[in-house]
Design a protein around this ligand. Sequence first.
Ligand code: NAD
Length: 230
Amino acid sequence: MPKRKKVLIFTGAGISAESGLRTFRGEDGLWNERRLEDVATPEAWARDPAMVLDFYNQRRKGVIAAQPNSAHTAITQLEEKYQVTVVTQNIDDLHERAGSSTVIHLHGNILEARSSIDRNHVVKVPPEGIRLTDACPHGSPLRPNVVWFGESIENYELAVCHFETADKILIVGTSLTVFPAAGLLQKARFKAEKVIVSLELENPPFGYQFIRGQATEVVPKLISRWLNES
Ligand code: NAD
């Protein structure tokens, strides 16, 4: 049996927007009403942990209530023909719930909490959210298991490896403004087929075809084409 071609899917907040989860930037972006310095940095956590926990506890409720959309689902169908890896900047679990088998998170998972001194002590967040008094066995407070601005991202080398070896790359719903994640696009092979789907993008990187449109409209069509290629 011939070896399956490798497809790399790289997603950002835009793929979950049509599931009802707001993006950070853009017209309806979360950063229009909250300053990221107030809720998504280690300094914010040191200054006002209650505010940070409240922000993430609210957003976690939204994630739990949301459902995967047709873009998440179409991506799972690619597994019928290709070896598929999803690398996501998202902190939601909509790819997993849609049924993708390999999902690599670069910015953590909002459904988990971790010790503020031991990155490896990770627990599932209970339905009531993380409380100010919750602590790890060392006595340090539990915080959301997400990567804040100024912190190093997770699984970067693994993601590089998948970009470097992919035959096809599909980027969905990211503004490509958060580094080092956005820099991964430069790791792709010259001969790989590379497509970006988003509502807006000022300067698509060299070698990438940009398709402007909603993820739920464009992604299923593109994936159906890839599935029907001989
Ligand atoms: P971003 O908010 O910077 O950009 C979102 C991009 O998606 C924009 O370019 C926008 O044009 C596009 N977009 C919006 N709606 C779309 C749609 N329906 N179809 C296609 N494209 C659409 O998001 P980003 O680049 O992922 O920013 C990075 C950070 O945002 C990440 O660190 C991520 O953790 C965080 N974030 C995650 C979630 C989530 O997990 N669902 C939500 C908000 C922010």
